[in-house]
Design a protein around this ligand. Structure first.
Ligand SMILES: NC(=O)c1ccc[n+]([C@@H]2O[C@H](COP(=O)([O-])OP(=O)(O)OC[C@H]3O[C@@H](n4cnc5c(N)ncnc54)[C@H](O)[C@@H]3O)[C@@H](O)[C@H]2O)c1
Length: 414
């Protein structure tokens, strides 16, 4: 057994409950939740009840996160609060020598990301974004194909967050902060589920970087219609139904990113990874790889030959090409979001235990989260290109600044 990692959880909403349930399913005796905090006492009481029902040791409780991060009984904090508060809390935690695991969601300003970067650099303590989709089975499968060279040289990727959350506009008397963001703001508010895995695949901050973006918003109708249906009358939302962002990378690749949370449709992260020899298209549930996927000559109605290409179903490739993380995990999947949460939490705790750089580091957090406020600015300026800051201050040119070991998202280790 390794050193026990003592975790504090700040923000005890629905996400905290999923993280706690995942930790419970993991049954790792070397990870313990020793402190919890929320500004609402009712949330603290609810979590105490849940932990007691699982016979977990009773944690210290706080209503002020500053007291929790000052406690010696905590090595690291998980911060599932909200998009407007988690970066400041993470910064303060690092300044107290505590590793911070921040939740997903974009930044309100580039400035708050520089504060985060400076806190990590000045303290030597790290923060990791708990971007669980980086440990998704298909995302890691794609990373494995790319690192094996099976897609050739990468040219274009796409990603997104397309999820019908129009219910946020209902008059349910329980307006989540996320709903207010979507009411007031117009931009890609939730980029990291999609862009996280794609950034890793493209080696962003490790020999590559995001250089600039443009964003365009469609008109918005979905939230307005849902508000009307629920009896709220005519409520005009600033958010466009579909926000499309195009990112240009230093090594020449393009990425299109789509944010759409107010129209009816099945869930998708809209992933596409395309190179000179192959492509993964999430919504086709398949890959096409030269030399592996079916390709044959057909004759068209005019009698002319042409080449037809067929998708290889992704599930046919798991057995042989699953990423090693999933080869070890697939027989015993536990935790939230199809197992991704369990893998992410283990990766974070391993970095805390070893005081090492986590697989998603502060530069990744900053590069991924700034896309939100920059997309808002681009839309506000008529889709004008926005330069994307280099939060590494030039270190991105070094390809070998990678995290190693089992949880690495830079290279694939058997
Ligand atoms: N990775 C994922 O798959 C995933 C899934 C769901 C939510 N999330 C993220 O998790 C975060 C939380 O989501 P949620 O649905 O649980 O939100 P929520 O609003 O239900 O819960 C947030 C909690 O934080 C508390 N809080 C806010 N500010 C605080 C502060 N300064 N100090 C202490 N407590 C504070 C609130 O009182 C509330 O109880 C969001 O960033 C969301 O984007 C991630």
């Amino acid at each position: 057994m390794g050193k026990i990692v003592k975790l504090g959880i700040i923000g005890l909403g629905a996400r905290a409950e999923t993280l706690l349930a995942t930790l419970n399913e993991l049954r790792q005796v070397d990870i313990e939740v020793t402190a919890i905090c929320d500004v609402q006492q009712s949330r603290i009481d609810r979590i105490l009840g849940i932990m007691a029902s699982r016979n977990a040791p009773k944690p210290d409780t706080y209503t002020d996160y500053r007291a929790l991060i000052a406690s010696d009984n905590v090595d690291a904090v998980l911060v599932p609060t909200s998009w407007n508060s988690h970066l400041k809390i993470a910064e303060d935690a690092m300044n107290h020598g505590k590793y911070a695991g921040i939740e997903v969601g974009g930044a309100a300003s580039v400035d708050e990301l520089w504060h985060l970067v400076h806190a990590a650099e000045s303290t030597g303590v790290s923060c990791m974004m708990l971007e669980n989709c980086c440990y998704g089975r298909n995302e890691l499968l794609a990373l494995n194909f790319v690192r094996k060279g099976m897609f050739g040289e990468l040219i274009h990727c796409s990603c997104g967050y397309e999820h019908d959350l129009a219910e946020m506009a209902r008059d349910d008397g329980n307006r989540a902060e996320r709903a207010v963001h979507n009411f007031r703001r117009c931009g890609d508010l939730y980029p990291t589920h999609g862009i996280g895995p794609i950034a890793k695949i493209l080696r962003i901050n490790r020999g590559n970087r995001f250089v600039s973006l443009t964003s365009t918003a469609s008109k918005g109708r979905g939230f307005m219609l849902e508000a009307e249906r629920s009896g709220r009358g005519k409520v005009v939302y600033n958010q466009g139904d579909i926000v499309t962002t195009v990112i240009k990378c230093a090594n020449g690749e393009t990425i299109t990113m789509t944010h759409g949370v107010s129209l009816p449709r099945p869930y998708s992260r809209d992933c596409r990874v395309q190179g000179t020899k192959g492509i993964w298209l999430e919504d086709a549930k398949g890959v096409y790889i030269e030399g592996l996927s079916p390709k044959y000559e057909k004759i068209d109605v005019a009698g002319n030959p042409y080449m037809a290409h067929e998708w290889t179903p992704i599930q046919d490739l798991y057995e042989e090409y699953d990423h090693p993380i999933w080869k070890n995990f697939r027989e015993n999947v536990v935790g939230g979001h199809g197992g991704m949460d369990a893998l992410t939490l283990q990766a974070f705790c391993e970095a805390v235990r070893n005081r090492s750089t986590p697989p998603i580091d502060v530069y990744d957090c900053a590069a991924w989260m700034c896309l939100t406020c920059l997309s808002e600015q681009s839309i506000a300026c008529g889709s004008m290109p926005m330069p994307i800051p280099d939060f590494t201050n030039g270190k991105w040119i070094y390809e070998d600044v990678v995290t190693t070991g089992k949880w690495s998202l830079d290279e694939v280790y058997e």
